[in-house]
Design a protein around this ligand. Structure first.
Ligand code: FAD
Length: 315
């Protein structure tokens, strides 16, 4: 038996989530093989560091952009060729679209939002987050083939010593696989994305206007962080919609989330609950964010953030 992983790439480079699903699969596989499927990766052997022993390496221009139908078809063929009974994908926007299609192809049970290594392998039982991370449940997958959607940053990276064989893989694709074409517009090239970031620095309406984001950008630069914002900030056009986090925006699962001038409305907190450490800077001690935060600074962001940036530069 082998455990199959879908390893996401961007411009040929593996995303951090690819290494995380490989680390997870290694733990699930025990002594069994971890087989990765990579799409147009520049260096597929990089996956060996995270426990992959075989890479099915697809080099196909038709698959240079993510296409859920075609990718699901290719993964189905890979799983069948390898006799894989468990498939692990990350809980990225692409995988959320792909995993249910793959589940139909493989007649598999699919558990999304998985938070940790399986509680048990017989019956196969996983811990999943529910209600925007306010609760969790244990789900048994009883089908022969099982698909696990691993929440980003839930398991982390685990390095491993070993080599991976890299095998060319050419799945047979049908015209129907390309019936839907999604054009992706990437407005944040060369910036750390919210999904991949270890640290996210986020600004709210308390910053008064887009002209005041310089200090947020500066902090993000110093920390190698992604920038984010609350919903009204993107609604007003102060920041791009791609930065909006919360219930109706992007989810955040970084190690550190720094909220500046954000009140902590329930819809905002819903999207950032999975961040490991939350810090808030707000001049209102009654702001609800203080109840959700691990650390809080009561004060004027326009005084505190520049001083903090100067201190952070010293490290
Ligand atoms: P405000 O609520 O105006 O808070 C600004 C904060 O800044 C205040 O706490 C204030 O004390 C502080 N402040 C002011 N001046 C300073 C200063 N000089 N220094 C430090 N602090 C200062 N919101 C989201 O963010 N994400 C979502 O996904 C989302 N989805 C929603 C979905 C629905 C269906 C609905 C109804 C609402 C949703 N909202 C969402 C909106 C949400 O309810 C709040 O209105 C929003 O989060 C408030 O944004 P804010 O904290 O930036 O602004």
């Amino acid at each position: 038996m082998s455990v199959l992983v879908y390893t996401e790439t961007e411009d040929g480079k593996f995303k951090k989530a690819a290494f995380e699903v490989a680390s997870y699969a290694k733990e699930v596989a025990g002594g069994d093989e971890v087989v990765a499927v990579s799409f147009n990766a520049t260096d597929a052997s990089e996956l060996a560091k995270y426990g992959v022993s075989k890479v099915l390496n697809i080099q196909n221009d038709k698959l240079s952009k993510f296409n859920a139908e075609a990718y699901a078809d290719a993964l189905k063929q890979a799983a069948q060729k390898e006799g894989s009974k468990i498939v692990v994908v990350s809980q990225s926007a692409n995988s959320k679209y792909l995993a249910p299609l793959l589940a139909v192809h493989l007649n598999a049970g699919y558990a999304s939002n998985v938070m940790a290594a399986p509680e048990s392998t017989d019956p196969f039982t996983v811990k999943r987050s529910a209600f925007t991370n306010k609760a969790f449940n244990f789900t048994k997958i009883t089908t022969d083939v099982k698909i696990v959607g691993l929440s980003q940053n839930a398991f982390g990276l685990k390095e491993n010593e070993g080599d991976a064989s890299v095998e060319d893989f050419s799945p047979e694709l049908k015209d129907g696989d390309f019936s839907v074409n999604v054009e992706s517009v990437d407005k944040a090239k060369d910036k750390v994305t919210i999904a991949d970031a270890e640290v996210v620095v986020s600004g709210g309406r308390g910053l008064k206007g887009p002209e005041n984001w310089g200090m947020i950008e500066e902090m993000a630069d110093i920390l190698g962080a992604a920038t984010a914002c609350s919903k009204p900030v993107s609604d007003m056009g102060w920041r791009p919609h791609s930065e909006h986090v919360g219930q109706t925006g992007k989810p955040v699962a970084s190690n550190l989330y720094i909220a500046v001038g954000i009140s902590g409305a329930i819809q905002h907190l819903a999207g950032i609950n999975a961040a490991k450490t939350k810090v808030v800077i707000n001049n209102d001690p009654e702001a609800p964010f203080f109840k959700a935060a691990d650390y809080g600074v009561v004060g004027d962001a326009f005084e505190i953030v520049p001083k903090l940036n100067e201190k952070l530069k010293e490290f």
